[in-house]
Design a protein around this ligand. Structure first.
Ligand code: FEO
Length: 170
């Protein structure tokens, strides 16, 4: 059975993963309406993954005798200066999520909740991968000039597909 502190912080993560999904949908929509179909596909796929992260927390809370709470989601910003600006925001957000997961890990140790500690290990590794994949995209963007954005947009689709082939599902 989850103790109240762990249940609450896991519910906080339900909201943060749900917001992540919404944030990437907003970015997908921005990309789609600005002609970047590759970036849009990357973001839609990222949004789906975040929903899966949210579901993992919901199911875990309920399975352990807690009660998952469906959150109201904040409205994400819908406007960005350019593609690089979008991915900088993605990295900033993922760093925030990593810190959030680490906080839960720290609390599980404090509370001696080793089951939840174990459950979180998947997320610890996932955050390493997510931050790394965004850094690859940002490095790529630094290499291309404005004129090559068309190729970049096509390339990023391949990146997403190869990542999808190696990632774990629920
Ligand atoms: Fe679910 Fe991208 O963190």
């Amino acid at each position: 059975m989850l103790n109240k502190k762990i249940e609450d912080i896991c519910n906080r993560q339900v909201e943060r993963e749900g917001y992540s999904s919404n944030l990437y949908l907003a970015m997908a929509s921005w990309a789609e309406t600005n002609g970047y179909s590759g970036v849009a596909a990357w973001m839609y796929s990222q949004s789906d993954e975040e929903r899966i992260h949210m579901l993992k927390f919901i199911k875990y809370i309920n399975e352990r005798g807690g009660k998952a709470i469906m959150p109201a989601l904040k409205k994400p910003a819908g406007d960005y200066k350019n593609v690089e600006d979008v991915f900088k925001e993605v990295l900033k957000h993922e760093e925030f999520v990593t810190a959030s997961i680490n906080e839960i890990v720290a609390l599980t140790l404090e509370e001696k909740d080793f089951n939840t500690h174990n459950f979180l290990q998947w997320f610890v590794m996932e955050q390493v991968e997510e931050e790394a994949s965004v850094r690859i995209v940002l490095d790529k963007l630094r290499l291309v000039g404005k004129n090559s954005l068309y190729e970049f947009d096509r390339d990023i689709l391949t990146l997403r597909r190869s990542a999808a082939n190696t990632s774990t599902t629920v």
